[in-house]
Design a protein around this ligand. Structure first.
Ligand SMILES: [Zn+2]
Length: 252
């Protein structure tokens, strides 16, 4: 795992930087991790994630996530990567997204959400990818680590300490992926999520119902903590969505 990540990080150092207009966010963004590196980074982490979180064998369930996921990804602004959708054996009401467009739905969500609600959750995750939230988080931290490395080099430290600095960078990448998004990122992914769901032909109000189901955690065995940990502020987001949805549904 560490070795693979190291290779990706070296690729990242070599890949160069550029400022790019991101149509999903409507902003010019400083991009250090290009799409190719982002996919490579995602794939290296996903391979290990799947070993620990087996995919659901129910082919129909996988196809349902894939079919709806592809519809909402098709109308997103970011088309330079391939989106992948999988369902994993996990009752927790949660979804996980890795860099490069690898989106995992827990079986628990698939069981309780109808198609309109599912379209919103999948589109919300696609929104995180289109807005490059994870990539931006990683690159800002890598820039910090890089500065740290330069600082170490300046003091004439040995190769042992340099290796330690790089190892810390690897840890950081892995930790960042499992951390929650910022409040701003959540609202942005929600705005994109209802937009994509609506443009793909789903009822955008499925978003509010989906969050309601997640909030109530139907059934005694479902742990609702998961979605709150990686997608917090559920009640505030429902309130914001009630304003956003009529605006989104007006345009087309
Ligand atoms: Zn989110």
């Amino acid at each position: 795992m560490v070795k693979k990540l190291l290779l990706v990080i070296f690729a990242f150092f070599l890949s160069g930087c550029s400022t790019l207009y991101n149509p999903a966010t409507g902003r010019n963004e400083f991009i250090m991790i290009n799409s190719q590196t982002e996919v490579q980074l995602g794939r290296s982490v996903v391979n290990d994630f799947i070993k620990e979180h087996p995919l659901v064998r129910d082919q129909k369930m996988q196809e349902r996530a894939l079919a709806i996921g592809r519809k909402v990804a098709f109308v997103s602004e970011r088309k330079d990567i391939e989106y992948n959708f999988y369902v994993i054996e996990d009752k927790e009401l949660n979804a996980s997204t890795f860099p490069g467009g690898f989106i995992f739905m827990n079986k628990g969500l698939m069981d309780v959400l109808n198609d309109d609600e599912l379209a919103y959750v999948l589109a919300h995750e696609v929104g995180h990818v289109a807005a490059r939230h994870i990539a931006k988080k990683i690159q800002s931290n890598m820039a910090y680590q890089l500065l740290l490395g330069v600082a170490f080099a300046g003091t004439g430290s040995g190769s042992g300490e340099n290796a330690q600095t790089i190892a810390q960078g690897v840890d950081t990448v892995y930790n960042l992926i499992s951390l929650s998004y910022s409040r701003k990122d959540e609202y942005e992914a929600d705005r994109l999520g209802v937009k994509y769901a609506y443009l793909a032909g789903f009822n955008p109000y499925g978003a509010i119902n989906a969050l309601e189901k997640i909030k109530q955690g139907e059934g005694p065995s479902w742990k609702i903590l998961g979605y709150f940990r990686t997608h917090p502020y559920v009640e505030d987001r429902q309130k914001a969505l009630k304003t956003i949805i009529p605006e989104v549904a007006k345009k087309k």
